[in-house]
Design a protein around this ligand. Structure first.
Ligand code: HEC
Ligand code: HEC
Length: 387
């Protein structure tokens, strides 16, 4: 399993995971490594907590190989994984929107409105529990969920058969998983491997941490100080990616209780959601699990004094009394997380089998196929009687 010193929480926050798996990887920091003095140009020790990692962690159970990542990318962009053959993972996790969809909440099969906003999958190699409420333990465990669920509505038991009918996939799976071929487990492993390669590009913030004083503006430097001190953002948005991977109630007023549905008896986990990364944050509006805040200015106003008071509200959320200038500085700092993300080239997908006989067989009721199914296969999105 992975162990990552960047998954740090401040002392006392362990309970906020509400699960045991993640706690094992926690390194508790006794004292805050950042101070006003340090950010003003004192010693450089405080920088260690913000330095980009130099390698991506992969779990022992599913180590990186180029073959798996290449296959995983094709699967991620392939709409044939969905029931309609129309929706791919990338439909919602769109690289153009920093791997989200730019919508308040996602739309799945037949435009079914999903309950929560599509989160980015950027830097998910460093996460522990996945989903807004942490209900999945790993990317491998998560990967088949959307295929069978409201998002893509595929008959999961048929997906292996569908991919096996595509010659290119037979080859790709045999190369990536010699002797095993196409299985649900290997589909999940390939998708997870590809997802772990999706890492934010270098941002002005990184250049500044690396020592380039001119990489960010004076306003952004003041904003970083606010982020760590008066505005208290770094209580939860820690480390190079800006997340403690923990769960907190920040006082959004909707009825969704998030992690509370999974961990029922911890007051502070009611209405708690996973702290999102802050990388490429400007690309990813609207914000929060319900997409209820349209701009970063609205987010800052929320934290300043716009939150709902209730028992589960995190103790770290308090009125901030930020002036308009301070809000502007904080925003300037958040924008330093906009990096040069690597260009994403849409992969060439394995072609469908080009044997006329095979298609006719599926069409012909006499040959055991169902005409209606064939009709649905070509026009599934438009016909009411099709699944
Ligand atoms: C219709 C839109 C949609 C499609 C298609 C979709 N997702 Fe998602 N994805 C979501 C939403 C919405 C969530 C958050 C759901 C929640 O937390 O309750 C999510 C969550 C995730 C997460 C968790 C991220 C985190 O921060 O914990 C991962 C990883 C992920 N999806 C990967 C995939 C993969 C792989 C596929 C394709 C097999 C896929 N998604 C297809 C909308 C979609
Ligand atoms: C108590 C922990 C905590 C503190 C303190 C905190 N955040 Fe957050 N932040 C979160 C959590 C949890 C979410 C997701 C909440 C949700 O969707 O319900 C979040 C969401 C966000 C988002 C939206 C990210 C997205 O992808 O939707 C931004 C931007 C943000 N916070 C910035 C800040 C700033 C700026 C501050 C300081 C003023 C701050 N946060 C203080 C935990 C915290």
């Amino acid at each position: 399993m992975r162990k990552n010193a960047l998954n740090t929480l401040r002392g006392g926050a362990a309970a906020l995971y509400g699960g045991f798996a993640a706690v094992a990887f926690m390194v508790t920091l006794g004292t805050s490594p950042w101070t006003t003095e340090a950010t003003a140009g004192g010693g450089d020790d405080w920088k260690a907590a913000w330095v980009r990692p130099t390698s991506v962690p992969f779990p022992e159970e599913n180590p990186y190989t180029t073959e798996k990542a290449t296959l995983g990318q094709k699967l991620f962009f392939d709409p044939r994984l969905s029931g309609s053959d129309y929706i791919s993972c990338a439909t919602c996790h769109n690289p153009g929107f920093a791997w989200g969809d730019g919508l308040p909440t996602g739309y799945g099969h037949k435009m079914a409105k999903l309950g929560r906003r599509t989160p980015t999958i950027l830097n998910s190699a460093w996460g522990e529990l996945t989903m807004w409420d942490g209900r999945k333990d790993s990317l491998e465990e998560q990967a088949l969920g959307p295929i069978g669920g409201k998002a893509m509505k595929q008959d999961v038991s048929a997906v292996v058969e569908e991919l096996t009918a595509i010659p290119g996939y037979r080859t790709l799976f045999n190369v990536a998983f010699p002797g095993e071929g196409i299985t649900l487990e290997n589909i999940a492993k390939a998708l997870a491997t590809y997802e772990r390669t999706i890492v934010s590009g270098i941002a002005p913030f990184d250049r500044w941490i690396a020592g380039d004083q001119r990489a960010i503006s004076a306003a952004a430097k003041r904003g970083f100080d606010l982020f760590n001190n008066k505005a208290n953002c770094a209580a939860c948005h820690t480390g190079w990616s800006g997340t403690d991977s923990g769960f907190h109630d920040i006082g959004l007023p909707d009825d969704d209780i998030g992690r509370g549905k999974i961990v029922k008896n911890v007051v502070k986990l009611q209405h708690a959601f996973k702290t999102p990364t802050l990388r490429s944050i400007a690309q990813r509006a609207p914000y929060m699990h319900d997409g209820s805040l349209g701009t970063l200015k609205e987010v800052i106003d929320h934290y300043n004094d716009g939150f709902t008071r209730r028992e589960s509200l995190s103790d770290e959320i308090k009125p901030l009394n930020l002036s308009e200038d301070e809000k502007a500085d904080l925003l300037a700092f958040l924008l330093t997380f906009e990096g040069d993300d690597p260009a994403v080239v849409s992969p060439v997908l394995p072609a469908n089998e080009q044997v006329p006989g095979a298609w006719l067989q599926r069409l012909s009721p006499a040959a055991g196929g169902k005409a209606e199914t064939a009709e649905c296969r070509t026009a599934r999105l438009h016909l009411d009687h099709c699944n």
